[in-house]
Design a protein around this ligand. Structure first.
Ligand SMILES: *Cc1c(COP(=O)(O)O)cnc(C)c1O
Ligand SMILES: [Zn+2]
Length: 404
């Protein structure tokens, strides 16, 4: 490991990176690796180097284990003029994280967490999740030859558990307060030598930074005005923001884009606290949204996300599910079938534009966090059509129904 301290995001107390500690023992807020202030992007061929290798100077590892990579990162940044026009903004870019090995951005943080776990000598990793993070951790455990302990809730549906189970982790359906399991897992990990790579684990955030690094390279270091992120625990948002801040501190970019935290109205603890000007998030009592990946009622990095938005001039916004479904259809119209979570920012841009928070000239990057195939139940909310036609009638059917 490089000789960098971990610092508390609230009080600034420092901790040693060699110890596995996630949260401050004084204020119970998450820790982060101290900000890097110099570094350069590695030369090399994108077809042969790994994501961690390319950005090695901006990551806390002194050396990298190559054999744990599944080819994460290096995802496309797609510009859509037609959707930008429809939304009434200047430029829109979509960072398509669905093109990761387990079809969500979680792989970036998982690979960084596994690097750290290996360096500390752990043979077991774990996570608390019923969705993308669980399959990501289970997959990378297999690649790295480690044991995975995945804690899911007791009544998880077969559709959700099977894509995790296929990697054959130790899959534990927990009978008890699932809401508290994040904190409990950190203690269980300590007792049982399991390195938990939960949603906002310090090294998961180091992995998420690479989303910002790639956006900088893909935009030739000409920064957007905003980056909009569907947010649950706050880990990804923290990572992306830290990535921009570090590139800025290292002199690679001149300004840092503002961050917009997008949530679903049925579960928007960060957005609620932001607009009520509170310093801490309160638990949402009856969370409900079709965007299950952003349904954390009491986000462990919620307070830090609030501090960060306040410090950087960011913003928070929440949208109802019907707007999210419409936005999912709008993305499909430009060829992208995304998870409902990833349509939330598009609905949020529409809302911010209609409220004139956005004036129409902005250049915005929206993060597509996961693939539409992860949650096919959402398809039942769309009007999807097809026609039946006899083989010999197909040409006539086309002639009669479509322009020549
Ligand atoms: C995990 C996840 C999120 C939320 O990320 P956080 O780091 O928990 O804020 C958003 N979208 C998808 C598809 C996810 O899997
Ligand atoms: Zn502290």
């Amino acid at each position: 490991m490089k000789n960098l301290p971990l610092v508390c995001t609230k009080c600034g107390k420092s901790f040693r990176m060699e110890n596995l500690q996630y949260r401050c023992d004084l204020c119970n807020e998450p820790l982060e690796v101290e900000l890097l202030t110099c570094g350069k992007i590695s030369d090399g061929n994108l077809l042969t180097q790994t994501m961690l290798e390319r950005y090695a100077e901006f990551l806390p590892f002194a050396s990298l284990d190559r054999d744990i990579s599944l080819g994460e990162g290096f995802t496309p940044l797609i510009q859509s003029e037609s959707l930008a026009e429809k939304l009434g903004i200047g430029e829109l870019y979509l960072k398509n994280e669905a093109q990761n090995p387990t079809w969500s951005f979680k792989d970036r943080g998982t690979v960084a967490g596994v690097q750290h776990a290996r360096k500390l000598g752990y043979k077991r990793i774990g996570t608390v999740s019923t969705g993308n993070m669980a399959s990501s951790v289970a997959a990378y455990a297999r690649k790295a030859g480690m044991e995975a302990f995945i804690f899911v809730s007791k009544n998880i549906a077969a559709e959700k558990i099977n894509p995790i189970a296929i990697y054959n982790p130790h899959l534990i359906r927990v009978d008890g307060d699932y809401g508290n399991l994040y904190y409990e897992s950190l203690k269980i990990g300590q007792t049982n030598q399991i390195y938990f790579i939960n949603s906002d684990a310090t090294f998961r955030i180091e992995g998420s930074k690479t989303i910002a690094f790639e956006i900088c390279e893909q935009l030739h270091f000409d920064m957007p005005d905003y980056v909009i992120i569907p947010t649950s625990a706050g880990g990804n948002l923290r990572g992306i923001e830290k990535g921009f801040r570090e590139f800025h501190a290292c002199g690679l970019i001149e300004n840092v884009p503002k961050i917009i935290c997008a949530q679903a109205s049925g579960c928007s603890p960060i957005c609620n606290a932001f607009h009520a000007k509170q310093e801490e998030v309160s638990r949402v009592l009856d969370p409900h949204t079709i965007a299950h990946g952003i349904e954390n009622p009491f986000p462990p990095s919620g307070n830090q996300t609030l501090r960060l938005l306040k410090r950087t001039g960011g913003f928070a916004v929440a949208v109802p599910d019907d707007a999210t479904i419409k936005a999912q259809a709008m993305l499909a119209e430009i060829g992208l079938f995304v998870q409902p979570e990833s349509a939330v920012p598009i609905a949020a841009i529409q809302k911010l534009r209609s409220e004139n928070y956005l004036t129409g000239k902005e250049k915005i990057v929206s993060i597509i966090t996961g693939s539409g195939l992860k949650f096919t139940e959402a398809l039942t909310h769309h009007t999807l059509t097809s026609v039946e036609c006899k083989l010999e009638d197909i040409s006539r059917y086309i002639r009669d129904n479509f322009d020549q």
